[in-house]
Design a protein around this ligand. Sequence first.
Ligand code: ADP
Ligand code: MG
Length: 537
Amino acid sequence: MTKSHLFPEDIERLMGKDAQRNNILAAKMVSEIVKTTLGPRGMDKMLVSPSNDIIVTNDGVTILTEMQIEHPAAKMMVEIAKTQEKEVGDGTTSAVMIAGKLLENAEKLLDQKIHPTVIVKGYQMAQAKAQEILKENALEITPDNEEILKQIAMTAMTGKGAENSKETFANIVVEAVRMVREEKSVDMEDIKIEKSLGEGVEDSELIKGIVMDKERISKDMPKIVENAKIALVDFPLELKNLDIDTKISLTSPDQLQDFLSREEEMIREMVDKVVSTGANVIFCQKGVDDFARYLLARVGIYTCRRVSRNDMEKISKATGARIISNLNELSLHDLGDAQVVEEVKKGNDAFTYIRGCKNPKAVTILIHGGTTHVIDEIERAIMDGLGDVISTINTGLIVAGGGAIEIEVARKLREYSQTINGRERLAVEEFANALEFIPITLAENAGLDPIDILTELKAKHNIGERNYGLNLFTNKIENVLGSRILEPYKVKAQAINSATEVANMILRIDDVIASKPNKKGNMNFAGARPDYLDNLE
Ligand code: ADP
Ligand code: MG
């Protein structure tokens, strides 16, 4: 370790080769961690938090965020997983693996005394070319092609918790997207995921409306309302709080009584007003007090209180109700419609179902399952499926999975590298090698011989069979378009793009200056802890 006297004692510094090697090592370690989860035969990881909470997952981004990684370069790797998750919702493991391999291969070039800036330049050239090749090899599909969309969802969910019911879930995912889609744009926010413990995974369902974990506020209210007319109010239905809101001087008990009756009168008016519009259901974002509750129950209005803003907005989209902030505005037109509003108890949980909405612009996927671990992992699988279906609709482009597209891009990149004269050519070749890490790992995780598989795949692609990939249902190398192993183009484009970005960013670093925590345990800057340097050695 190189100490610098420029800095105070508590600053640690790694320079030049040390800094590079240390960062590359950390990035490789991150990629090694997630590697075994890749693909349908990937294994799961069990993560145990300090408070003994357990997560069992196969999802790259979940593993990395839960691990609370400290090393700054490793953290940058975690960031690509997060970006990938945010941008497309799937492909997080692949993105991290490609980045790790790009860095590992860069190390080989560094060993040959190739300057990092040359590698960075070569990687940039390769990434630009790879994007072109990806586009050329993508197939167009329309949002109406629901069979293909289902296949995309199934490929995304293969090997995850949802594996056994992936057909059910693929149908649910595609149907949900169809309902909320406007032309080619789909907002993930319009699809709510609600989880219910108990019953089997197969009982999971798509609700044409919203399900929320709220119960009606009084047993005297109806448990089920048909032909619901729903009012959404975001003001409280309660007496003003005497302590906070009002300063009045009361000199006699009569005055107090008088004051309270006036307040009660106001509540009565509020409730009458809502009833007069014809509403038979009220969802209130704020509180509803005992008196209002009593009045509402008496007229048989199903009421929930303290509904989250998020749910209010979703109910508005699903039922067409307008969220009202001022009672004077409320009219029949502001009410939303649903066939049924109903309270359903499941074990200890109570839900309100708003179902049978005519043309809902927001829907709910209700996941059932025996344990929270199962439900959570299914939720992650569904999020992958949703992300993939949505990004397919957005771009209208798909590619062949099972490593087919990676092999093809690598092959074309090697052709391209032949046209480059400088040493960047070597970097372009290493970029191609890095992409092959995906099919290699798919094979490895399934217990197949990666060298055999890679050789066979390359041979097929060399004779123009560009959609040949590894089908892990049959363990055969075949045209995977035919076997419907399909992935969105966007997942691959984003993974390659952000993997290159982070690899290049890490390669450009030749100086790490990290401050030790000071005596109070505070970080001096950047939150970087020098301990990581020791941990890696
Ligand atoms: P990621 O987080 O990168 O999406 P996954 O564990 O979901 O990681 O694995 C995705 C990879 O698995 C993709 O390369 C995809 O083509 C591949 N894959 C999915 N289903 C199959 C299959 N039946 N046969 C072979 N490969 C598959
Ligand atoms: Mg995936």
